[in-house]
Design a protein around this ligand. Structure first.
Ligand code: TXE
Length: 481
């Protein structure tokens, strides 16, 4: 079992408190590592190191910072299998998924923002003989990156790359449930030649370490991905300081399936959208809204496909569904299913915990579950379950489909499945979500704006939105005479 340390000013540092938290493997319940239970003392040290490193790092040519990111991307590629193993062990997700999605994307995040920054243009507003204005984009200073457990390295690099390439220095706090790949990234950052103090990492709980970081007066911006309750708390904490926050929060994402959809491609799409990473992706389509004329046929075919997903050891090559993140989360997901039973819902497949044979028989598995026949106002239609549970509701026409889709507090993403181009655009325009996919799910172009409306967050990340978030805009006027 490993004992991790913080990474401050290029050095490994134990927590000042001397206290450690347990990191548990979700697929087995075994102890994986001990991680620092950091407090404000460690956070202060990390922020001070980042502040010292800022003048030199932000003063480098853009190309020099971009080269550091490219080298880090290369090291992630070279160590992809090892990192994927760590990610799979720490999260419970299938190893192949960790390799194909998480590691590929971590590498792409760094490469993309290294390239994006070197192609970013600033504006000039010409006033003729009066003069002209040009716009500068200046680094903010020390920024905090707080990331969740569902896509640990994927989301950390998604924030780290634009933060660093624009010239900021960083203090990052990964989820205490999944610290391993963030910890490994520190060594790779050192190897990539990122100078001491530019990237610092503190481990610990949200309440202690995370809140100390949020409350630190020298933090100039916070980029956070996690639950809506935590996002609200962070926004409340920083409001008096008027610093920038980017909040990417939960979702209760609808999939609207019209009677003209091509079911041969729609059905596998719905399975992927509902159950990737055991449903623990903020973008997962957890609410199927289906035209009543195809409801019964679609539901029965979907249940067959979902029942065929193999749940088990994340390291096995044929596993489709791994473990949920924790025992507490497994209980929460199962309690939603119990509630569905109490409400008269029909469980079409799944509906229970799974104990795979062998080394994973104490893991936190839940059978992928499809539920229909719930009352319209049921909690399962409104609250984020964040597990392998999809509910189905019927609709009579487009207006009703849109009304159901928008009838939740969240507004992150939606998918629309239809063979009619006009309908696709019309419906997309009326959906209250930051992202709409038509006839697909989770196809990502890193240049596009990513984020949610309503309780799903504040601000957008991706491409120029990330670069703008991590910089301050300054207008300079030059007199024409
Ligand atoms: O997330 P938290 P949790 C949703 C999902 C899940 C629920 C709760 O529904 O069931 O949120 O998950 C840090 N100050 N999502 O409790 O607490 C924390 O240590 C500063 C959706 O695990 O939001 C971790 O690093 N930081 C989501 C990070 O916040 C604090 C992904 C996220 O943890 C803090 C994960 C505080 N006061 C969960 N409290 C998505 N959008 O993808 C906690 N943290």
């Amino acid at each position: 079992m490993k004992t991790l340390a913080n990474f401050i000013d290029g050095q490994r540092k134990p927590p000042a408190s001397g206290i450690y938290l347990d990191d548990v493997e979700p697929a087995t319940g075994n102890l994986l590592a001990r991680i620092p239970d950091s407090t404000a003392v460690d956070v202060n040290e990390a922020v001070a190191a980042a502040a010292r490193a800022f003048p030199e790092w932000s003063g480098l040519p853009i190309a020099a910072r971009a080269e550091c990111l490219q080298r880090l991307a290369g090291l992630i590629q070279a160590n992809a299998l090892e990192l994927a193993r760590l990610e799979s062990t720490d999260t419970g997700k299938p190893l192949q998924l960790a390799l194909d999605v998480d590691m590929a994307r971590a590498q792409a995040n760094l490469q993309f923002f290294a390239g994006a920054m070197t192609h970013w243009t600033s504006t000039c507003h010409d006033m003729g003989p009066v003069g002209f204005n040009y716009t500068r984009r200046e680094a903010l200073g020390v920024v905090a990156l707080i990331t969740p457990w569902n896509l640990p390295l994927y989301l950390l690099t998604w924030k780290l790359a634009p933060a660093l390439v624009t010239g900021n220095t960083v203090v990052a706090k990964p989820s205490e449930l999944t610290p391993l790949t963030a910890d490994a990234l520190c060594e790779l950052a050192r190897e990539a030649g990122i100078p001491p103090g530019v990237f610092n990492l503190v481990h610990g709980s949200g309440n202690s370490c995370g809140q100390a970081l949020v409350d630190h007066p020298d933090i100039r911006a916070i980029s956070f991905t996690g639950g809506t309750t935590t996002g609200r708390r962070i926004a409340t904490s920083v409001a008096p300081r008027l610093i920038k926050t980017s909040l990417e929060l939960g979702g209760k994402n609808p999939a609207l399936v019209f009677d003209d959809a091509d079911l041969e491609s729609t059905l596998p799409g719905l399975v992927r959208a509902g159950f990737t990473n055991q449903g623990q992706v903020c973008l997962c389509s957890s609410r199927l809204l289906v035209h009543e004329s195809i409801h019964d046929q679609l539901v029965s075919r979907l249940a067959d496909l979902v029942a065929a997903l193999r749940v088990g050891d994340p390291t096995a090559g044929d596993t489709d569904q791994g473990a949920l993140i924790s025992r507490a989360h497994q209980r929460k997901v199962l309690s939603f299913i119990e509630h569905a039973r109490d409400q008269g819902g029909q469980i079409l497949c799944g509906g229970q915990a799974v104990q795979p044979p062998g080394r994973c028989n104490q893991g936190y598995f839940v059978a992928p579950t499809v539920i229909t026949g719930l009352p319209a106002d049921c909690r399962l239609h409104r609250e984020e379950i964040f597990g392998p549970v999809v509910t189905v509701q019927g609709f009579a026409d487009e207006d009703e489909a849109i009304a159901l889709a928008n009838a939740v507090d969240y507004g992150l993403s939606a998918t629309v499945w239809t063979g009619q181009l006009r309908r696709a655009h019309r419906v997309a325009a009326r959906l209250q979500t930051g992202i709409v996919w038509i006839n697909n799910w989770l196809v990502r172009d890193l240049r596009t704006p990513f984020g949610g409306m309503k309780d799903s967050g504040l601000g957008r990340e991706g491409g120029e939105w990330s670069l703008a978030f991590f910089t301050e805009t300054k207008n300079v006027f030059v007199d024409g005479n």
